[in-house]
Design a binder for this molecule. Sequence first.
Ligand SMILES: Nc1ncnc2c1ncn2[C@@H]1O[C@H](COP(=O)(O)OP(=O)(O)OP(=O)(O)O)[C@@H](O)[C@H]1O
Ligand SMILES: [Mg+2]
Length: 408
Amino acid sequence: MKSSFLSRLLDHTEKIDKQQVVDYLVEVAEERDLLRFIFDSMMEGMAVIGSDMTVSYLNRAAADLFGVEDIDEVLGKPAQRIIRNRRILQLCEEGFHALEGNLHRELFLRMEDREIYLETNVVPLHLPRNEFAILLLFVDRTEERRVEERLRHAEKLASLSTLTAGMSHEIRNPLNSLSIHLQLLRRKLRRREDQDGETMEILGVLENEIKRLNNVLTSFLNAARSDAASFIRLSPRSLITDTLALMRPDLENEGIEVIVHEEGEVPEIRGDPVQLKQAFINILKNAVDAIKEASQTLLEEGRGPGERRVTITLVSEEGQVNFIFTDTGAGILDSDMQKVFEPYFTTREGGTGLGLMIVSRIVHEHHGDVNIRSRIGQGTQVIVSLPMAPEPTKLLEHAAFPAATETE
Ligand SMILES: Nc1ncnc2c1ncn2[C@@H]1O[C@H](COP(=O)(O)OP(=O)(O)OP(=O)(O)O)[C@@H](O)[C@H]1O
Ligand SMILES: [Mg+2]
């Protein structure tokens, strides 16, 4: 890029004295610093790659994306050494082949410690002396994507709630009637003298199946319903203690050890205890299922039952309290990871696939977030982050003033 000062300087080379050259150069340097400052302040990433695939320019946002600390140090170096992401490099190469016109791509990238959604543009640059380069422009759309995802989720929830309300109404009535008639039948059979054990057994199966259907309907209704939450200040520790009291039979039956661990001082949160307990129960039930599955696989492979443990860690950071549930279960396949919060997605026999959807609804109603990390064969970590309760307002200052008396 030729500076306007430089152009003027070149136009008057014969007439100018040394001092003027110095002044011009100072102005050029200032102009360059200003441009650098502007480009480095932009949220958008910019990178210029020469036709020999060397990096000619990076602004701060692009350098951050590629993990570069000192920009000057990487200028002139091969792009392959700086941009380690295969898909971005491919895009550069495509940019050189599509000599005219911009390229627009949306990329979903797995970086070392996070996943990002980038909108990228490749603009061809025809430089003086027939040189050719490309300008890569990046905009990080991860947050927008997340918001869109939540919105889509909320829409799904809304249509699910209409559907379930109608459906459960239609199914519950005939189910109730079936259940009543089965009871009548059972009573009649009991009165008969030639009682037949097999018939009674069949009746039992029918009654149990009806009960199961009823439970499924109740879960569907719970998933769709959003009860008005009543928020109070809560201690994270006692929330976990109360949840574990409810889950104890399931955990003990399966011989699962539970460790609760508090890292440092864990402040209070604000929330609805009933709903939060429901969310934690769903997470713990999934952990129990996953541990059962892992043990089953290990036993089938003749490798003993394996570890059966759930660790619950409470830790606060940056205005949040994190509830981290770590299990030693079977883990989640990478290909399933995107789907686990979707309604009806299940890999469990008899599962409705609504558990995590309920968790996500409750946590989002508490202005929190839920994230899952998992390694197949090693276990899963579900992290629920909830905002800390605000400091109670201090009213002590008022005590310094004498209270007004009625006689005054
Ligand atoms: N801790 C976990 N370990 C391994 N897989 C898990 C874990 N939590 C969830 N999953 C996976 O996510 C799926 C969806 O979970 P979700 O709780 O929504 O439904 P579900 O457990 O299958 O059925 P439901 O909770 O309705 O009985 C599960 O089927 C399982 O594949
Ligand atoms: Mg579940």
